[in-house]
Design a protein around this ligand. Structure first.
Ligand code: MEV
Length: 306
């Protein structure tokens, strides 16, 4: 039975602005989703008929699939709707499992198709989440081709160049607020701000500059500057209207124990990411105030098909 698995991710810098073609840096984490698939007389998912499945991502993948009915099982370890790339991990692993019934799947092709699925379901997306889940490790998205270029994804006049990025050893803690948000709604909220005011566009440009400075700080291993930039990126995301009380309630009590902290992903709930060398202490504080908290390790593999 073909089995594929793919990791979740967090965005270190650049969420939302990357939808407008600005750069971003994301890191795949050691929380995975696994999909097993086998031929069947009708489409089934965890024993249920596909008509009972509410996930738009799954419906969209099944709609596109031309290879006959399959029975699939999903084991998801990425918390859902929490800014940690659960939909990308699901989309990439399911496409990996589906493609293994056809020709050997190139990672690049899976990443492209996964992006199209997210774009359709979310009504707009960048390839950050899906390419990070496919490649694993740290991923840098930019307008220009640079060192360790992997592939380019274009859509509606925008071009995102996807690169692998080597980063120093760092300790990150994720705090999950437990408040769920829809990426589609948050992307739409930012779109309204950017369309209506020059201020919105300036904020997006400013986030782009922070990503570039963040990349330089990563290259130097300058954790202090990285933390400051994470805090600045968070302030700018708040100005775009994607932070909320649940997020601020997690950030406040850890401020003096971390290099930096910010919301990660679409916002409006979801998760907070903190860079710290007091990981266990920060994890405990976040867990007391949120739903759950993890000390996350970097996933180096991305999509694995067995
Ligand atoms: C969601 O994890 C990241 C966003 O920038 C959307 C995207 O890039 O597709 C909000």
């Amino acid at each position: 039975m073909p089995t594929a698995s793919a990791p979740g991710k967090f965005i270190l810098f650049g969420e939302h602005a990357v939808v407008y073609g600005k750069p971003a840096i994301a890191i795949a984490i050691d929380l995975r989703t696994e999909v097993k698939a086998e031929r069947s007389s009708s489409f089934r998912l965890d024993g249920r008929a596909i008509s009972e499945i509410r996930s738009f991502y799954i419906r969209e993948m099944v709609r596109r699939w031309r290879g006959g009915p399959l029975s699939m099982e999903i084991r998801a370890h990425v918390p859902p709707s929490s800014g940690l790339g659960s939909s990308a991990a699901l989309t990439v692993s399911m496409l990996g499992a589906l493609h293994s019934f056809k020709s050997p799947a190139e990672k690049e092709n899976i990443a492209r198709e996964a992006f199209e699925v997210e774009y359709t379901v979310q009504g707009g997306a960048s390839p950050t989440d899906t390419s990070t889940s496919t490649l694993g490790g740290a991923v840098y998205i930019s307008e220009k081709k640079e060192e360790n270029f992997r592939w380019e994804i274009r859509k509606n006049g925008k071009s995102w160049k996807v690169h692998s990025l080597s980063i120093p050893n760092m300790s990150f803690v994720v705090g999950v607020t437990g408040a769920h948000s829809s990426t589609r709604d948050m992307v739409e909220r930012v779109r309204r701000v950017v369309r209506r005011s020059p201020f919105g566009k300036d904020v997006v440009d400013e986030i782009g500059s922070i990503v570039m400075e963040g990349k330089r700080a990563l290259e130097k291993g300058d954790l202090v500057r990285l933390g400051e930039l994470m805090n600045e990126n968070h302030e700018l995301l708040s100005l775009l209207g994607v932070s909320c009380t649940d997020i601020e309630r997690l950030i406040r009590p850890i401020k003096d124990r971390v290099y930096g902290a910010k919301l990660t992903g679409a916002g409006g709930g979801g998760s907070v990411i903190a860079l710290t060398d007091k990981a266990e202490e920060v994890r405990r504080i976040l867990e007391e105030r949120g739903k759950s908290a993890y000390i996350v390790n970097i996933d180096k593999d991305g999509l694995i098909i067995k």
